[in-house]
Write a protein that binds this ligand. Structure first.
Ligand code: URA
Length: 207
């Protein structure tokens, strides 16, 4: 299994600590989640391909860089929207593709119900966004859909992961790197990550 990239930056860990706490209300949860998402995205994009461009400064002509490929952000509805809201301002030209995958609360199995994917997936750098990598079911299903639509450069960004989720994901998609702020102990009997932060969607959207 390719080890996940664990973002240990102290600020990332401070934001993570805040969103884990039950003392953190919805508005603050969102604010700290957004700051953490920015840091995770910076790490996830460290290796992005660039190309040289010639530009004119007020003083002279010089060389700069531009992204070599378009970026596609893919939030898994609904909790992934909490990451997308923070990341899109960093790459305002990005395309946003939505994938809807519900979790059957009885079986914890993924139930895909929506996908709107752009035609540029084959040439894009694609970032799949889901705060919690629990069983790995949703992320695996989303990557399978993205690959079927032609995506070849996919990175999964999640806030909290756990060994069973990472293993299941690596078994199905060993070519897809995972960037995360934490690898937690494991899952409880309801397939929630422990210690985790609870239901990321509920905490982010106040439901
Ligand atoms: N989804 C969540 O929001 N939290 C978990 O702990 C697991 C799945």
């Amino acid at each position: 299994m390719i080890p996940p990239v664990i973002v240990t930056h102290p600020l990332a860990q401070i934001h993570l600590t805040t969103i884990r706490s039950t003392d953190t209300p919805c508005g603050q949860f969102r604010w700290h989640l957004h700051r953490l998402a920015e840091i995770l995205f910076m790490e996830a994009t460290r290796g992005l391909g660039t190309e040289t461009v010639r530009i004119q400064t007020p003083l002279t002509e010089t060389e700069g860089v531009a992204l070599a490929r378009p970026i596609v952000l893919v939030p898994i509805l609904r909790a992934g929207l909490g990451l997308q809201e923070a990341i899109l301002p960093l790459v305002p030209e990005a395309t946003v593709a939505h994938v809807g995958i519900a979790r059957d609360e009885e079986t914890a199995l993924p139930v895909p119900y929506y996908a709107k994917l752009p035609a540029i997936l084959p040439e894009a750098d694609v970032f799949l966004l889901d705060p919690m990598l629990a069983t790995g079911g949703s992320a695996c299903s989303a990557v399978t859909q993205l690959k079927a639509a032609g995506a070849t450069r996919i990175t999964l960004i999640c806030v909290v992961s756990c060994p069973p989720g990472l293993q299941a994901f690596a078994d199905q998609h060993p070519d897809v790197p995972v960037v995360t702020a934490a690898v937690d102990e494991g899952l409880n009997e309801r397939c929630y990550i422990v210690p985790g932060l609870g239901d990321a969607g509920d905490r982010c959207f106040g439901t």
